[in-house]
Design a protein around this ligand. Structure first.
Ligand code: TMP
Length: 208
């Protein structure tokens, strides 16, 4: 398989969408066949699960239900989209993947990380990203950005600062544990600086 699997992560308001568009453009310019997708979602069934998970009117969902729905959507996504794309030697760019579950359900909701690892081993069977770009920034700044979008907030965005603080810490902890795979990008920097850093990292991946 010559295609690479990239994911992007970060707390709300970290600017993922802007950077996703840049990565997509850059890789297309390099002639890479690229599948752009997202989690939760990326398949018909997965998008239905996404609606259940994100709609603010879904109230009182148990943390375990949330965790299992994330993995149900992911199992479908891996089988229907990610694996077939990599088998065709395409590149895959996913807006979030399994690191989000460790951060949100593990860090945010407090679910035992070992249980998440078990589900991850079961559903992914060794599949992991080649590189994950973690767009990191102080939680308060991210929240201000979300509110200033004026777009209405989803079920996760309704949570309080300390929930996102725990998520940020868990993401950074994972990045420390896996520095070769998870690249931390300071999302408070200018777009030009971020794009420059991304270009260097993507070039490395392209020549690997
Ligand atoms: P986003 O498309 O804005 O990133 O929204 C997806 C939301 O779902 C975001 O708040 C993070 C959350 N999420 C989890 O809690 N666990 C997961 O495993 C994934 C993929 C996303």
């Amino acid at each position: 398989m010559t295609g690479k699997f990239i994911s992007i992560e970060g707390v709300e308001g970290a600017g993922k969408s802007t950077q996703l568009a840049f990565i997509q453009r850059y890789l297309s310019e390099q002639g890479k066949q690229l599948v752009v997708t997202r989690e939760p979602g990326g398949t018909e069934l997965g998008e239905q699960i996404r609606t259940l998970l994100l709609t603010p009117t879904t109230t009182g969902m148990a943390s375990d239900t949330e965790l299992l729905l994330m993995f149900a959507a992911r199992a479908e996504h891996v089988e229907q989209v990610i694996k077939p794309a990599l088998e065709r030697d395409d590149w895959v760019l996913s807006d979030r993947f399994v690191d989000a579950t460790f951060a949100y359900q593990g860090g945010g909701r407090g679910i035992d990380l070992q249980r998440i690892s078990t589900l991850s081993d079961w559903t992914l069977k060794g599949l992991q990203t080649d590189v994950t770009f973690l767009f990191d920034l102080p939680v308060e700044i991210g929240q201000q950005r979300v509110l200033s979008r004026n777009e209405g907030i989803d079920r996760f965005e309704q949570e309080k600062v300390d929930f996102f603080q725990r998520i940020r810490e868990l993401y950074l902890q994972r990045a420390q544990q896996e520095p070769n795979r998870i690249k931390v990008i300071d999302a408070s920097k200018s777009i030009v600086e971020i794009e420059l850093q991304l270009t260097v990292l993507l070039d490395k991946l392209l020549t690997n």
